[in-house]
Design a binder for this molecule. Sequence first.
Ligand code: COA
Length: 268
Amino acid sequence: MSHSFNFQGKHVVVAGGSSGINLGIAKAFAQNGAKLFIFSRSQDKVDAAVEFLKEDAENVVGATADVRDPEQVIQVLKQANEVFGNIDVLVSGAAGNFPASAIGMSSNGFKSVVDIDLIGTFNVMRHAYEFLTKPGASIISISAPQAFTPAEMQVHVCAAKAGVDMITRCLAMEWGAAGIRINSIAPGPIEETEGMKRLAPNEAVKKAVQKSVPLDRFGEKQDVANLALFLASPLSSYITGTVIPVDGGWTLQGFGHYMELMKQAMAS
Ligand code: COA
């Protein structure tokens, strides 16, 4: 279910906005009047996402940049500023994940996820600062349950996302006086996402995941987008530095049983 917010004329930038949860968030802002600037690594995905967003919004621009490279990030944020002016809402959502044990991945495998999720988040926020609307901008980072729930096969993601949450909290302190709020959303199992394809590789695991969610269903992208709209709106004007799960209560129970099933699925 979608609720109505007014982002008419607001400039929303979504890093990693060409697919999955981030595209769902971009779509929700498009449906509520925003001007959208999205970027990700893949030109094809960006092109398709722009077409999709244009069904709801006139002002949509896409660009390619790898969040791991500060120079590319700076260029793309400058472009966003030139096209649509100061940034009112910044969503930092570019992420990577694969299930692997610590001894099943190289140092470079660990580093690649830390580079995208953690360093990428810093790059995007750090270099967006000069273009943000001050006061008034809202930054939303995309965390994960792995940031606060340790999990086997996820040491890289747990470490990276815990760092993302700390960036959220630290910058909320540093940038609060400038009138910038920063909050983090930690989506649980959301259906039809690349992440869940990787982390719930077959029907048995999917069923087990659903059973372990107190609300007994997978989340929808709209569930995450609804929180993003709220966190970007004046309704949340006294909220900053928080990490809010959108997970149907999933993380209340920890990951143990599910990770055991996932390991079995990967071994078979
Ligand atoms: N198990 C173990 N190691 C893996 C792996 C897996 N399933 N997948 C990748 N790696 C390792 C690679 O072996 C490589 O290490 P090496 O150079 O020592 O061999 C390292 O990770 C980087 O892989 P590469 O494919 O070159 O990196 P990339 O930058 O092209 O891709 C990833 C980054 C690995 C995170 C990739 O999964 C990705 O692009 N993901 C984006 C989409 C996504 O994950 N969406 C879900 C978000 S929740």
